[in-house]
Design a protein around this ligand. Structure first.
Ligand SMILES: [Zn+2]
Length: 468
């Protein structure tokens, strides 16, 4: 009905579709649903046709899989987007992983639409040669479960078919807040159990998880359970400041204070149990302006700007430690380590391994702040380093306990100095790995500083990335 009214208005006012900066909006952003009951509504059947069409038309970048079924047996489609001709980034390092879901609440259509658009934007960008989309798909896997609650979606209700609030049904402090209907136990519902199973099987390495809803216009980071800031507050605040400085005025707050205490949410589960940086993206409740046929890309344009920023910069949403130098001077080992990511890490350690992998020496634990570098010193017996070996750096990607561990062999080109006093009283240094280290020691600090920038450039390209 509203389509007809909108079209009539459009003809009267001779409106012209707003041209997208990059793509032809007429053909590319056609929402497969209809405006119904003041909502932009897409049935599960329409979504099913749409995502299968994507997979048929673009097998090079769309891998369509099922995460399971709803309580009524509807497939929970996950659209996996990447340049599938490559298992890795062009430089051989692992691709970044992003997880997105929409439609926990079946009557929050614009949230589902934002998840849909997050897939569609990159597909259309790839097809049209958009540089940003191509770069993202060559370096990143986007896993997008557009509609988690198809049973509720099709009958326009918040709940699933068992009258459960799926976003209170996750196994993270389940049912410990005054709450809406959380179910009989954590993961009692097919939809949440399937979502958690998918997350635990395919995206444990994700450095971004965004779950999409509607309500007030806000982006919420953990916790919903507690009013305190989360352990990785530096990361969340830095993202907030960048978004608010140049992309969108959308408020970015911790969920408990930004909204109200809530427990058993997918956001708190994703952060507290999986260790991901997680966000609940709430678009406002208004659907399309009455009588309009506004293009979905225009309606959600600002929200997509934020999503594109979060996805494009996923490389930064963790700690990324790089050893700048190791200096052993008699009984003191001094480690200079930089963090190129925007998350802090609390439990780092350096180890010296024999060629057979035996740990010959391990430092005590140390922390490195976000976007910072740290110099730490340890008492050592330098005999420990006389034999051949390699250096290993262990740390968690973020401060939260659940964050996964990174175990990296320190790049063989890293400057490692043994400083000893020779008979003439002069200090001599030599590299354990690389004769270049001796030269660097003579050239001095400026050369080391220059090298740091080279490392950073290389790292930005992911060339030295060997996390697992
Ligand atoms: Zn919701």
């Amino acid at each position: 009905m509203r389509v007809a009214v909108g079209l009539a208005l459009c003809m009267l006012l001779a409106c012209v579709p707003t041209a997208s900066a990059q793509f032809d909006p007429e053909s590319l952003y056609a929402w497969p649903g209809d405006p119904v009951d003041s909502h932009v509504h897409m049935t599960w059947a329409a979504l099913t046709l749409e995502v299968n069409e994507w997979a048929d038309d673009h097998p090079d970048i769309v891998d369509l899989v099922s995460a399971g079924e709803s309580e009524l047996g509807k497939t929970l489609w996950v659209v996996r987007l990447s340049d599938w001709s490559m298992d890795t980034k062009p430089n051989g390092s692992s691709k970044e992983i992003v997880y997105i879901d929409g439609g926990h609440h079946g009557n929050e259509y614009l949230g589902t639409a934002l998840a849909w658009l997050s897939a569609k934007w990159y597909i259309d960008g790839w097809v049209n040669g958009n540089e940003e989309a191509i770069n993202v798909l060559q370096t990143t896997e986007l896993h997008i479960l557009i509609m988690l609650n198809p049973d509720g979606n099709d009958i326009d209700t918040r709940w699933n078919i068992n009258q459960v609030d799926l976003n209170r049904n996750y196994d993270h402090y389940w049912n410990t807040c005054p709450t809406t209907q959380p179910g009989s136990s954590a993961f009692s519902e097919a939809e949440t159990a399937a979502n958690a199973a998918y997350i635990n099987e395919y995206v444990t390495d994700a450095d971004l998880y965004v779950t999409m809803h509607t309500g007030v216009w806000i982006i919420l980071y953990p916790w919903g359970k507690w009013p305190e800031q989360p352990p990785d507050w530096e990361l969340f605040w830095s993202i907030r400041d960048t978004v608010n400085a140049g992309i969108s005025d959308i408020p970015l707050q911790n969920a408990n204070q930004g909204l109200y205490p809530n427990c058993g949410t997918s956001r708190d589960y994703g952060y507290g149990q999986m260790g991901f940086p997680t966000f609940t993206f709430e678009t406002d409740d208004e659907q399309f302006v009455p009588g309009s046929v506004e293009n979905l890309n225009d309606r959600l344009g600002e929200e997509m700007d934020v999503m594109r920023y979060l996805i494009d910069n996923v490389w930064y949403w963790r700690a990324r430690l790089v050893v700048q130098s190791i200096t052993i001077d008699d009984d003191t080992l001094t480690l200079d380590v930089a963090n190129h990511g925007e998350a802090s890490t609390a439990n780092a350690s350096l180890e010296y391994h024999s060629p057979t992998g035996e740990v010959l020496w391990a430092s005590s634990l140390f922390g490195v702040n976000a976007t910072n570098s740290t110099v730490v010193s340890f008492e050592v017996d330098d005999d420990a380093f006389e034999g051949p070996g390699s250096w290993n750096l262990n740390y968690q990607k973020r401060v939260i306990n659940a964050a996964i561990w990174v175990n990296e062999t320190v790049d063989g080109n890293t400057t490692v100095m043994m400083v000893e006093e020779d008979e003439g009283g002069f200090l001599t240094g030599y590299g354990l790995f690389n004769p270049l280290a001796v030269i660097l020691s003579l050239v001095g600090v400026s050369a080391l500083v220059r090298r740091e920038h080279d490392v950073e450039d290389a790292l930005r390209e992911g060339q030295s990335n060997s996390e697992h």
